[in-house]
Design a protein around this ligand. Structure first.
Ligand code: KIV
Length: 269
């Protein structure tokens, strides 16, 4: 009899931090990719609002809607057996009114059956985080470069290089921990600051462009597999050049169709 794989929970991640085991997280937006990533042993899948960029072709993460995030999350949930699935609350669904935030989080959890939500920001969204947590919904925080605020920053460059911003980030990390967030994404901040944050809080930190002294790493799957071609930030390690491999396979297919080689004797009825 096949045994059910042990599920990763928010508690698993906390134990991993305590044991010094690094957490591996990637993004997923669809069933087939989620199935492959889950089977590969990834611990956390993030249904990121980066779907707005890599799936829908928008320039920013701002346009993606709650309904679109739920559609992606439903697809991912159908593909997994063991990993923890976290869904981004999209721009405009939690920043203003904490009741609206709770409604958005409940809608995601109810309709997608995902396991947690992620929210960008610190003390300024504390009331929304608190209300969502009080409904029993686990929340992952996100500090540093927060792409939903791109028009405030004006650039995707490294955040919190200056002392004032670094201090605010450290304070925000402590606020998120105190509120009860189960983990924290640190995006594009100096490695030394990420180390300080990681050592200052008991919840796991997951870095992207935040150096090695964090409790885990996350990358956008389309970037690390080389599906996206023209995105080369320093923090990104490409494990495949899928864009080129797909292009070559499609060239071969076109050629086979045009010259009548496909389908052959064994590929027909
Ligand atoms: O939306 C996303 O993919 C993210 C990761 C970059 C952390 O938030």
């Amino acid at each position: 009899m096949q045994t059910k794989p042990k599920r990763i929970t928010t508690r698993t991640l906390r134990s991993m931090k305590e044991a010094g085991d690094k957490i591996a997280m990637l993004t997923a937006y669809d069933y087939s990719m989620a199935k492959m990533l889950d089977a590969s042993g990834i611990e956390v899948l993030l249904v990121g609002d980066s779907a707005s960029n890599v799936m829908a072709g928008h320039e920013t993460t701002l346009p993606i809607t709650l309904e679109q995030m739920i559609y992606h999350a439903q697809s991912v949930i159908r593909g997994i057996n063991r990993c923890l699935v976290v869904v981004d609350l999209p721009f405009g669904t939690y920043q203003g009114d904490s009741h609206h935030a709770l409604h958005s989080a409940i809608k995601i959890m109810k309709e997608s059956e995902a396991h947690a939500v992620k929210m960008e920001g610190g003390s300024e969204i504390a009331e929304s985080i608190e209300r969502i947590l009080s409904a029993g919904i686990p929340v992952m925080g996100h500090l540093g470069l927060t792409p939903q605020s791109i028009y405030k920053f004006g650039t995707y460059q490294v955040r919190a290089r200056e002392e004032e911003e670094a201090n605010k980030l450290l304070e925000d990390a402590k606020v998120l921990e105190e509120l009860g967030c189960f983990a924290l994404v640190l995006e594009k901040i100096p490695s030394a600051l990420a180390k300080k944050v990681t050592e200052s809080i008991a919840i796991p930190t997951i870095g992207i462009g935040a150096g090695p002294h964090v409790d885990g790493q996350v990358l956008v799957t389309h970037d690390m597999l080389g599906i996206t071609k023209d995105f080369h930030p320093r923090f990104l390690r490409r494990y495949l050049d899928l864009h080129d491999l797909v292009e070559q396979a499609v060239w071969r297919y076109i050629e086979d169709v045009k010259n009548g080689d496909f389908p052959n004797e064994s590929e027909q009825y």
